[in-house]
Design a protein around this ligand. Structure first.
Ligand code: MTE
Length: 327
């Protein structure tokens, strides 16, 4: 994984956060000001009823979402940076390769097979997945293992919504995420930089955590190809590589899945990979990060936060665990 510096530029019209986003953010702020800061819990009945009005878009179209109190109030990274500075090795290893070479990816028709240790295994069509649960806008801090970060307004719903429908059995201890590996659509898989398909995994309680988002959009629109169209996982308290793109299979397993990055470099990339400023990567520190879009000659680095700032929601998942050993 390489680091590259970016050229400072003036914002383009496409980089300015859409008004709708600010409206959503204002709604959340107003709710908080009115003493409804925990509206997501207390007001879930209200949220459920308005969410049932969510519409299903045509491919690549607008998605109707509701805001979430799990969103950060930090300023989102520009649409341009979110969609042109990417890691998606199936399209090449340079940051601008995914936007350049992913036009060959066909996000429709698309199915995701949900299988393994579940009472109701099922193949979901992407349009079924879009309708399965109310779509939320979740503005998450994202931290890449390479030392940069972004704030991305994702669109999706908790993976737990899907899990509820397939009913994991008592043997389901882990979840494996298998992504597309198609030579015809993905020029990068001719390279042996990773073992394909790209595979990631979570422990079942991590998968069921409300922050874990089955993601179908960003900035209010269906996911662009380079960001993992048509469906990906987003796990904001872990390094970005845990968030597999362009999912085709979700498998519930008894054994911990072997993931692509662990297979490639087990001493560098652990199964857990929780964002942790106190555990350095063998080749660089993880104590600070560079926020994409804030680059510049005098840019100050930001301090990286334990669990990427989501400790309140997830630290209890790791109570009693040695997070140096379980990196
Ligand atoms: N998923 C697949 N299938 N292939 C990849 O190369 N890269 C990962 C992750 N998911 C990757 C992937 C890494 S290293 C990061 S940092 C994030 O995707 C980047 O997501 P973004 O480009 O949408 O910000």
């Amino acid at each position: 994984m390489l680091l590259r510096s970016r050229i400072r530029h003036e914002p383009l019209p496409s980089e300015i956060t859409p008004r709708r986003l600010y409206q959503n953010r204002r709604t959340v702020l107003q709710a908080a000001a009115a003493g409804l800061a925990y509206w997501s819990m207390a007001g879930s009945a209200h949220a459920q009823s308005s969410a049932s009005r969510a519409t299903v878009p045509a491919a690549g179209g607008k998605l109707q979402t509701r805001p979430s109190t799990l969103s950060t109030m930090e300023k989102p990274t520009s649409y341009k940076d979110v969609t042109t500075y990417n890691n998606f090795y199936e399209f090449g290893t340079e940051k601008d390769d995914p936007v350049t070479y992913s036009k060959t990816l066909r996000p429709r028709p698309w199915t995701v097979s949900v299988e393994g240790a579940v009472a109701r295994p099922r193949v979901f069509d992407i349009d079924e997945l879009l309708k399965l649960a109310p779509l939320e806008e979740r503005i998450y801090r994202m931290r890449c293992v390479e030392g940069w970060s972004m704030v991305i307004p994702w669109v999706g719903y908790p993976l737990a919504e899907l899990m509820r429908r397939v009913e994991p059995t008592g043997n389901a201890k882990y979840v494996e995420f298998v992504t597309l590996a198609d030579r015809g659509q993905m020029p990068g898989i001719r390279s042996s930089v990773l073992a394909w398909p790209y595979i990631e995994g979570l422990r079942i309680d991590e998968a069921a955590n409300p922050l874990t988002l089955l993601t179908m959009g960003l900035y209010g629109e269906a996911l662009p190809n380079q960001n993992g169209a048509p469906v990906r996982i987003v796990v904001p308290w872990k390094y970005g590589f845990k968030s597999g793109k362009s999912l085709v299979k979700i498998r519930f397993t008894e054994q911990q899945p072997m993931t692509s990055w662990r297979r490639a470099a087990p001493h560098e990339y652990g199964f857990y990979s929780n964002v942790n400023p106190d555990v350095a990567h063998p080749r660089w520190s993880q104590a600070t990060e560079r926020r994409i879009g804030e680059d510049g000659f005098l840019q100050r680095k930001r301090k990286t936060l334990p669990f990427n700032g989501y400790a309140e929601q997830v630290a209890s998942l790791y109570a009693g665990m040695d997070l140096v050993k379980n990196y």
